[in-house]
Ligand binder design. Structure first.
Ligand SMILES: Nc1nc2c(ncn2[C@@H]2O[C@H](COP(=O)(O)OP(=O)(O)OP(=O)(O)O)[C@@H](O)[C@H]2O)c(=O)[nH]1
Ligand SMILES: [Mg+2]
Length: 188
């Protein structure tokens, strides 16, 4: 097992990436949230403009380095930088957005080179505010996108998560670690 393991959180604006990393990080997170200056402000006051970074300790020696991307496409130059050396992807989708299916499609395409080599898990947030699509709906959509992209083998697991809830986010991360290396996902 490696001492340093890097995973990446991505997904659209407001999906809860910054919240999730800050919920599980064992150190204060490094964040680049700035006051939104464009139409994003209609949805939320602050948005990530470069990255989030936190650390989750596993056992005595191993660490998971948690990187969050900006959700806005205009900062997509950060996406390749942030995935370099990463071992897996957490795609967070916001169930209150107008078309979460389109978001899923967009992000799986945008990260297709990365996820050709590393596993993905899906975390659906804000299901407390909007219960549909549900996980069965997402599984169907995922099968279609997966065929289209000739990838996603195995099909990623899908979880409902509240980005603010430590246990929810930890389950999501553990599922990804298990997909990367079953030994990793078993650690406390
Ligand atoms: N009701 C509800 N609110 C949530 C949930 N997850 C996150 N939030 C809230 O959603 C808002 C946006 O969360 P952020 O963590 O800033 O989202 P982000 O994905 O980092 O967004 P960008 O940096 O703009 O791409 C915050 O106010 C969170 O408290 C959830 O599951 N339910
Ligand atoms: Mg953010």
């Amino acid at each position: 097992m490696r001492e340093d393991n890097k995973i990446v959180f991505t997904g659209p604006v407001g999906a809860g990436k910054t919240s999730a990393i800050s919920a599980i990080s064992d150190v204060p997170i490094i964040s680049t949230d700035a006051r939104a200056s464009d139409m994003t402000i209609n949805r939320k006051g602050h948005t990530t403009v470069a990255m989030d970074y936190g650390i989750l300790h596993l056992g005595d020696k191993s660490k998971v380095h948690l990187y969050g991307t900006p959700g806005q496409e205009r900062f997509d130059f950060m996406w390749d930088i942030l995935t370099t050396g990463g071992l897996g992807l957490i795609l967070m989708l916001d169930n209150t957005r107008p078309n979460p299916q389109k978001d899923m499609h967009f992000f799986l395409h945008a990260f297709k080179d990365y996820i050709a080599d590393v596993p993905v898990v899906l975390g659906i947030s804000k299901t407390d505010l909007n219960s549909r699509p549900d996980t069965a709906d997402y599984a169907k959509m995922l099968a279609e996108v997966g065929q289209d992209l000739h990838m996603l083998n195995p099909v990623p697991p899908i979880f409902e998560v509240d980005g603010r809830n430590k246990e929810d986010v930890k389950n999501l991360v553990m599922a990804l670690l298990f997909s990367i290396d079953p030994g990793l996902g078993m650690l406390p």
